[in-house]
Design a protein around this ligand. Sequence first.
Ligand SMILES: [Zn+2]
Length: 337
Amino acid sequence: MVRKLKIVNHPEGDRPFSEYGIGVSKAGSRASRVIRALLARKEFAKSRRQWLYDGPWPQVGREDLLRAHDAAFVDEFLSDAPERILVQAYELEDEAGNPRRFDPDKAERPLRDLVPRAMAQTEGTLQACNLALAAGFAYYLGGGMHHAGRAQCWGFCPVNDVVVAARRLQAEGAVRRVWIVDTDAHRSDGSAEILLGDPTILNLSIHMAAGWPLDGPLFDADGRLARCRYPTTVDIPIQEGGEEMYCEALSRGLALLETLSLQPPDLAVVVAGGDPWEQDGLESSKLLRLTQEQMLARDLLVYDFLSDRGIPQAWLMAGGYGAESWKIPYQFLTALA
Ligand SMILES: [Zn+2]
């Protein structure tokens, strides 16, 4: 039933980092690779217009970012000089202030063009949510910038598209309650910070129990709980070597999320990072090593849980690194088709 699939691709949000002088991955675009592989299958090739969405896009602006981020942060991000935030978000300097994985001489476009790239990703996430509300399911081949907090960002996440999109839909009256189900290898620390005390958007995060971003001290310099450790609604840390019980823990976590919800959500946003995969290319996610089969079981578990309850689901491809990383969204989407 390929016709029922809605796959969202926003080319502006998918520009390779090398264009900005950032040397992070030579794997090319995962989104294009997934689309190419899908089009190589007869059932997808003949119905491309039905499943592939590539515009138009809803406008996302300052007032949308303000629903998740501090005003001073938003104004700097949207100003003529967003570089400080971009250097922080993409971690382009080491502790001594020297460039890290960044060579302006190799850039084809200025660093500040990463702002429209991040805004485009937020548009993609928002549109995937719109399509999910209309059709039950949509998968955006991007998004998932869950490390961006209210006024600080890191982990390649300048703004939090996930919370921005959810709150925009709330402001429009399209939804009241939202779940975020985050299965990226790294803890969804930014979303946790922004959503602290918000009873309308509940957040599940299943992630590596150790390693980045949880490798720092428990408390910050002012003696407050470190920002990356702010609680989510359901927090599921997986210890190194705990892969065998991953799906069981996720299943119990989803049941707990439902128990904690006074009413069912109008929408679930799934941050489906591919980096828990054992063949993922990112060094910082090596403490969690799910097999390709376990990754598919993870995704189908979440999909079935939500569809059994009639909850519209917007999926975001989120993290995933290396030449083979496109296989994770591809195997999920073909399993659904
Ligand atoms: Zn990640």
